[in-house]
Write a protein of this length. Sequence first.
Length: 114
Amino acid sequence: MVEVDEQNAAGYVSFTAGSYGAGARFWEIGIALLPQWRGRGIGWQAQAMLCDYLFTHTPVQRIQAGTHAENVAEQKSLVKAGFQLEGVIRSCEFRAGQWRDGQMYSRLRDDPFG
Ligand SMILES: CC(C)(COP(=O)(O)OP(=O)(O)OC[C@H]1O[C@@H](n2cnc3c(N)ncnc32)[C@H](O)[C@@H]1OP(=O)(O)O)[C@@H](O)C(=O)NCCC(=O)NCCS
């Protein structure tokens, strides 16, 4: 839950575990803010704080996040939170009647940030 104060939730963040092989676990994060809280700097800060939390409390080297090609707000938000674009995931999602490409971003434990 992303809280702006004790009374109000602005949205939520999520993290799910994945693995590219034995001993190579990573987290994939997600976020959704309620419309009235978007565009105020909460999104990138919440994702940066979630990375800090996950790198502090788990030994993973890698946190990844996928987004849509048209989601400029999330792309900018991820870059501000220390992520780098890795590439295009071709035809990864069937949405609104057609297969669509996604974009994959990642932040590594030792990437420069802040
Ligand atoms: C995507 C989302 C998390 C971004 O968080 P946010 O709080 O709205 O964005 P921020 O205020 O942190 O802005 C981060 C950057 O994106 C820019 N930005 C924000 N909204 C934008 C928009 N609609 N279009 C273009 N740029 C935008 C900001 O200007 C800022 O860049 P800047 O510092 O260069 O000015 C939020 O808008 C959201 O929850 N959207 C709906 C759900 C969603 O798309 N989740 C991600 C699914 S992959």
